[in-house]
Design a protein. Structure first.
Length: 219
């Protein structure tokens, strides 16, 4: 079970400090928004390039931008370890995923809450990760949309049936109260922003989320 704190909830004036605070995490989740695909504007290539130089953990870049085919490879070149683009923003998602993989990074594809997962189920081997948005993308601090959990279950069942190695990531409303049932629905990679960065002890919160997602088997 992977915990990828979202720096969307960090202090943008102290990003290096707030990246250091999540050194116990698996990845740092970096939301790139262009105010066109989603109604918010965050950071772009120059900032991601610099973050990759100072981050203690690999960067998991989530592109919420138009023209993903054009820009996703640039984020691979900027130092991201994983680049996720939206199915709704890519004209040739399989070709783009192959291009990202050939650049040496993990290729992820993201789905808005209302976007069906079924078109991907026969193509799972083309993607290293499928990100199921469990809130409408654009802003942090939203509540989990419970109606997205059946989509997770269908995706997990297809991955199991295909014996694929594809990770299932969830972004939106992840916290202590929700992570257990999100994991039970099939997720194995969790983006948590407010839950991590508002905690008094960030490292302890990451550990707690990981335990709640994958509780120990009783002796």
């Amino acid at each position: 079970m992977r915990i990828n704190p979202s720096i969307l909830s960090a202090d943008f004036a102290n990003l290096e400090r707030d990246l250091a605070a999540i050194a116990a995490a698996d990845f740092a989740h970096v939301d790139v928004m262009d105010q066109h695909f989603v109604p918010n504007l965050t950071i772009g290539l120059p900032v991601v390039r610099r973050l990759a130089e100072v981050s203690p953990v690999p960067l998991d870049v989530h592109l919420m931008i138009e023209d993903a085919d054009r820009w996703a490879p640039e984020y691979a070149a900027a130092g991201a370890a994983s680049v996720t683009f939206h199915a709704e923003a890519a004209t040739a998602p399989v070709r783009l995923a192959r291009e990202l993989r050939s650049a040496g990074v993990r290729a992820g594809i993201a789905l808005r809450p209302a976007t069906p997962v079924e078109p991907l189920l026969d193509l799972l081997d083309e993607f290293d990760m499928v990100l199921v948005m469990t809130v409408e993308p654009g802003f942090g601090g939203q509540q989990l949309l419970e109606g997205t959990l059946p989509k997770l279950r269908r995706l997990r069942a297809a991955i199991t049936a295909a014996r694929a190695a594809t990770w299932v990531q969830v972004d939106g409303g992840v916290g202590r109260e929700t992570i257990g049932r999100i994991a039970a629905a099939g997720a194995d990679t969790f983006v948590a922003g407010n839950a991590v960065y508002t905690a008094p002890d960030i490292a302890a919160e990451i550990a707690a989320l990981r335990t709640l997602a994958d509780p120990p088997v009783p002796a």
